[in-house]
Ligand binder design. Structure first.
Ligand SMILES: CC(=O)SCCNC(=O)CCNC(=O)[C@H](O)C(C)(C)COP(=O)(O)OP(=O)(O)OC[C@H]1O[C@@H](n2cnc3c(N)ncnc32)[C@H](O)[C@@H]1OP(=O)(O)O
Ligand SMILES: CC(C)C(=O)C(=O)O
Ligand SMILES: [Mg+2]
Length: 562
């Protein structure tokens, strides 16, 4: 690989913080101000940008989730964006506690159009951006440091003039030194502090300085150092909201945002599920639910994450991957045996603990292995938690049979059945559903007691004296009938005695039964482990009569052994 073509981040940008950093020992204990930029940064990265209907649907979703500041577009860039801002202004669609952000480059024509778009909107942030990093200055914009600072200053003055001329509540301002993470820190300070003064930021009308990792270039600790340096050196810090805007080129956008928050950032711009230019903007869903999983109020509602995902997929026309944190189809699913076993035990323990605490399970403290949050918190159920394939073990298989078919298999039968399923899945190599498991269970353990080579044409039991039972019946073995009679201290030992009289000696090693439901008509199921002719096998029976289920279970075990 031609790796020698690239330079490490420390050779590209100086990070001024040195060794004196505070962020590593800080903790995240509150949510920042989340600002979704799906309708601008996310939208500009789409092959088919959103039409007005999709924009509106995304906007309504953001309101429903509880966002309080929303970047709605780049109104000077396209008719759709301009019209959408006008639509919001004219349709009275913005709740009183929500602020609209509009985005513009530092060009007079674009700024004028931006201000025209926001007429009548009461709470607005106008967001100005210009790239400040050396390569962009030299190659793209063709300005040296002083020229570029002057260009930004002129744009900011124009914004201030236009804002002053507006009736109603004051417009607020945001500035992004695009490619902040590759810009000399002293130059960022020079430009940002200049704007703080020009816009006369105050605590009740703070300016937002948004410091983007426009293209990720370094490990997240470097970004954290860069942010902490700004946090400590920006003028009028109490009048500045320090915002971050990570992208995800190295796959560490979330880590960058989290460390930046430790380093003093108060506001995060990103997109739902990480849509955005190239590898995307930082994913606000992951960030917020990461906080939730630490016991911190995320200040957003994810109660129906599948609906959020569906809406975002519809608006972006891009799928959310199956492994996406918190939202993917597979993220609350375990296929592997030991994980399934742990989850099954964990869920049972969770139910018991909730009962002990006297609270609903959905409110009890969560400590289930392998599940960082309760899927129910985001509107998922437990149906998909455990799925079975060739990597699965007895725990998961038993869990599925229990939750879908009401079967509570004895432990040794779980082990026995798991080997049966393993053979079935190894052969096919595919996933086995709860329905498949039921069919395999039925064929293996139940069917041999219903239509095996050894069957009972008719039978009856009677308690002939207290503690003394008699079993009589007609045995059909390989098509030949014979009469049976036996006695014992229970119906099953009487059956064993009767079978012995017909030359089929059996030992019942284990017996268990339970109801499969709650109503009087719900069938019972019986499990029997039997040894006959030196071979040990499990059988099962199912019937509304426990005795019939038990007799069938014995016959099933015997037939399997023979
Ligand atoms: C990291 C980010 O996400 S930045 C946001 C990027 N988003 C977008 O570009 C989406 C919307 N943009 C657009 O639709 C168009 O770019 C428009 C309508 C805004 C402008 O279109 P055009 O006038 O055709 O200009 P074009 O797109 O080619 O922009 C490049 C010009 O703007 C200049 N420019 C680029 N960024 C800025 C800036 N922030 N401030 C001032 N000028 C800038 C460039 O130097 C170049 O100038 P030149 O033509 O004199 O060399
Ligand atoms: C905030 C703007 C300029 C942006 O999208 C970026 O730098 O990534
Ligand atoms: Mg961006």
């Amino acid at each position: 690989m031609p790796y020698h073509r690239y330079r490490p981040a420390h050779e590209r940008v100086h990070v001024a913080l040195g060794g004196d950093r505070h962020w590593p020992s800080r903790r995240l204990d509150r949510a920042p101000l989340w600002v979704p930029v799906d309708l601008r940064d996310g939208n500009q990265a789409l092959a088919e940008p959103m039409d007005p209907a999709r924009k509106r649907r995304m906007f309504d979703l953001m309101l429903a989730m509880g966002f309080k500041e929303i970047e709605v577009g780049y109104p000077s860039a396209s008719r759709t964006d301009y019209d959408f801002v006008r639509h919001l202004a004219e349709s009275d669609s913005v709740p009183a506690d929500v602020t609209i952000v509009v985005f513009t480059a530092a060009r007079a024509d674009l700024i004028e159009q931006t201000f025209a778009s926001i007429e009548g909107l009461p709470r607005v942030v106008v967001h100005l951006y210009t790239a400040t990093a050396p390569t962009w200055r030299d190659v793209v914009l063709g300005h040296d440091r002083a020229d570029l600072r002057a260009l930004i200053h002129r744009a900011a003055e124009r914004m201030a003039r236009l804002a002053d001329a507006r009736p109603g509540p004051p417009v607020r301002f945001e500035f992004s030194p695009e490619v902040f993470n590759l810009t000399e820190p002293d130059y960022v300070l020079e430009v940002c502090n200049g704007l703080t003064a020009l816009w006369d930021a105050s605590p009740d009308r703070p300016v937002i300085h948004n410091l983007p990792a426009t293209v990720e270039i370094a490990t997240p600790n470097v970004y954290a150092d860069q942010i902490e340096y700004m946090h400590r050196h920006l003028d009028r810090r109490g009048s500045v909201i320090l915002s971050v805007h990570p992208h995800n080129d190295r796959g560490t956008g979330v880590a960058c945002a989290e460390l930046a928050l430790l380093a003093g950032a108060q506001r995060v711009e990103g997109c739902l599920f990480g849509n955005g230019e190239r590898t995307g903007n930082v994913d606000l869903v992951t960030l917020a639910l990461n906080l939730h999983s630490q016991g911190v109020d995320p200040m957003l509602d994810f109660g129906d994450i599948d609906e959020i995902r569906r809406t975002v997929e519809h608006c972006n026309r891009l799928p959310v991957p199956d492994r996406h944190p918190y939202a993917g189809d597979l993220v609350y699913t375990a296929f592997s045996g030991t994980h399934q076993d742990a989850i099954k035990k964990g869920l049972a323990h969770h139910e018991r603990r909730a009962a002990e605490l006297g609270v609903p399970a959905a409110r009890a403290p969560w400590e289930v292995p392998y599940l960082p949050i309760d899927p129910a918190d985001v509107g998922r159920d437990y149906q998909a938690v455990i799925r079975v394939n060739s990597q699965s073990g007895k725990g998961g298989i038993a869990y599925l049979l229990q939750t879908h078919h009401g079967l509570d298999l004895p432990r040794r039968l779980q082990i026995d059945f798991s080997a049966v399923v393993q053979r079935a899945t190894d052969d096919g190599g595919h996933e086995v559903t709860a329905k498949d498991l039921w069919e395999i269970f039925h064929t293996t353990y139940l069917a041999p007691g219903e239509d095996g080579r050894l069957a009972l044409a008719s039978w009856a039991t009677a308690e002939t004296a207290p503690g003394r039972h008699e079993f009589t019946g007609t045995l059909v073995a390989d098509g030949r009938e014979s009469e049976l009679r036996g006695t014992g201290n229970g119906p099953l030992s009487a059956l064993a005695d009767a079978l012995a009289s017909a030359g089929v000696a059996i030992d019942i090693l284990h017996y268990a039964e339970h109801a499969t439901g709650t109503g009087p008509d719900s069938p019972a199921v019986a499990y029997v482990e039997c040894r006959t002719g030196g071979v040990t096998r499990w059988g099962a029976g199912r019937d509304t009569s426990v005795l019939t289920a038990s007799v069938r279970a014995v016959l099933a075990a015997v037939n399997r052994a023979r």
